[in-house]
Design a binder for this molecule. Structure first.
Ligand SMILES: NC(=O)c1ccc[n+]([C@@H]2O[C@H](COP(=O)([O-])OP(=O)(O)OC[C@H]3O[C@@H](n4cnc5c(N)ncnc54)[C@H](OP(=O)(O)O)[C@@H]3O)[C@@H](O)[C@H]2O)c1
Length: 451
């Protein structure tokens, strides 16, 4: 890293350079330089590589968001954007993430932001919430950000942002913005309305990504139409079952192999569906056969809580579903084996004991417990036995099936015996939505209530 020392040729600045230090992060080392701006706020520049020269510098102006950045709140996309920007700058080897304190809640401050959240919970969008409180919609000032960039030796930027107003403000401060590099994130159901309002009312560029199939592997896809309308119930979350099957209706071969039935674009959509939900659930056989990690890796998004149904706690603590990528809750039959329970708890896994039935664990118990825990949306990723139990008990609201252009003959079926003899008694699917993901076809329906 080579940053210019304070440039003697700069005009007398109103900025105070308050020091530089190496900041090691999960994205590697950054050189952190702090500047106190005339408002009294500190702007922290996380720099990588030589920022001087004519080549435009990959730059993110990141507005402080305590709830999103530090606490991982899913009300906004800030934390994911911050981490994606740090990753992008690290990957490029040259760039800067300028962290702007004093920009909390688009400049209205933390307390006002929380009050605006209350207004949003009462039905206002992110713009009207501020207006109802008599606050500016956007009070941020970027003029000092431009000065800091100049002080760092930056002459032109490629701006990582969905917000054209940031580019405009930087240009107004004299900085050359050669390109806006969009920074979409995979929407979480809790921030989808917020992202829509940013697009519709504040002119942001596709903050929730593009419609399927998506323009490039790096871009998240907007899967809102696949998920449908998330309506949790008092006694259980909104439940969406999602699986990938071959054209002849198999979710795995005879030997249990399912990697990969669908193509890359479809798997990216699956990760976006995970990112949209509060929790994702699988049965113990899926954990045994596939050893899935169940995190969000193919799109920039937050990983959901992982839920495993494992009556006897036989899944080893070394399974990927228990790794540090996200929180995991295991449901087992009451009373649990104490030794296995404590091994998992020592590994940071929450173990919950519920009643059993002849089919396995009592799913109503499991779902009620998840709802009590605050889970609003639950994605079921299989396998066949769990899906069959859910369908038999009519404990689902949405079905998303991807059909892949392959035929494998005998294998694992997604849905087993539902105990039905009449077609008319089958689950009735309504409000069909179809999306294409390269060679795969994604189909989604609501489950007709009360049938
Ligand atoms: N293509 C896809 O999208 C996809 C997705 C996922 C899985 N798969 C494939 O599906 C296969 C696994 O499916 P599977 O049907 O054998 O098993 P599964 O549904 O993954 O797991 C079934 C196990 O979950 C536990 N369980 C606890 N409560 C249950 C309940 N109420 N209802 C049902 N099960 C309950 C039971 O084991 P315990 O007694 O141990 O609790 C049961 O044997 C694998 O080959 C995997 O590759 C494919």
């Amino acid at each position: 890293m080579s940053l210019p020392a304070q440039d003697q040729h700069q005009p007398t600045s109103r900025l105070q350079d308050v020091g530089a230090v190496v900041l090691p992060t999960p994205y590697g080392e950054f050189e952190a330089r702090a500047f106190e701006v005339p408002t009294g706020h500190v702007y922290l520049a996380l720099c990588r590589g030589d920022l001087s020269g004519d080549e435009p510098v990959l730059t993110r102006l990141h507005s402080e968001c305590l709830t999103g950045d530090a606490l991982g709140s899913l009300r906004c996309d800030c934390g994911v954007q911050l981490r994606t920007s740090l990753g992008a700058v690290a990957a490029a080897g040259r760039g800067v993430v300028l962290y702007l304190t004093g920009h909390e809640g688009r400049g209205i401050g933390l307390v006002n932001k929380l009050q605006a959240y209350i207004e949003q919970d009462l039905g206002a969008d992110t713009v009207d919430a501020n207006i109802r409180l008599g606050l500016p919609v956007d009070a941020r000032d970027y003029s000092h950000a431009g000065e800091v960039l100049t002080r760092l030796g930056v002459r032109a930027v490629r701006l990582l942002s969905n917000n054209p107003a940031k580019a405009q403000a930087l240009r107004a401060s004299g900085m050359d913005v050669t390109e806006i590099v969009p920074l979409p994130t995979a929407a979480q159901e809790r921030n989808r309305a917020y992202l829509s309002a940013k697009a519709d009312r504040l002119g942001h560029l596709r903050p929730a990504g593009s419609a399927l199939p998506g323009p490039s592997p790096a871009t998240p896809v907007d899967v809102g139409s696949l998920i449908g309308t998330v309506r949790p119930r008092p006694d259980r979350p909104y439940v969406m079952v999602k699986y990938a099957q071959t054209l002849d209706g198999r979710i795995a071969t005879r030997t249990g192999d399912s990697k990969w039935i669908s193509g890359e674009a479809e798997r990216r959509a699956s990760h976006a569906l995970r990112a949209a939900c509060d929790a994702v659930l699988v049965g113990s056989q899926t954990a045994a056969c596939d050893d899935p990690q169940l995190t969000v890796r193919l799109v920039p998004g937050a990983s959901p809580i992982r839920v495993l149904l494992d009556s006897t706690l036989r899944t080893p603590a070394t399974a990927k579903i228990f790794d540090g990528g996200a929180r995991t809750v295991v449901y087992c039959r009451r009373p649990a084996n104490r030794l296995r329970k404590s091994v998992l708890e020592d590994a940071g896994v929450a173990v919950r004991e519920v009643a059993g039935t002849s089919q396995g664990l009592d799913l109503r118990n499991v779902f009620a417990d998840l709802r009590t825990d605050g889970v609003r949306s639950l994605m079921i990723e299989g396998g066949g036995k769990v899906i069959t139990s859910l369908m038999r008990e009519r404990l689902l609201d949405r079905l998303v099936v991807s059909i892949s252009p392959t035929v494998v003959g005998a294998g694992v079926e997604a849905v087993g015996d539902l105990g039905l003899s009449c077609i008319a008694d089958g689950l009735q699917l309504v409000n069909r939505h179809v999306a294409l993901a390269d060679g795969d076809v994604l189909l989604a329906w609501d489950i007709q209530a009360g049938v």
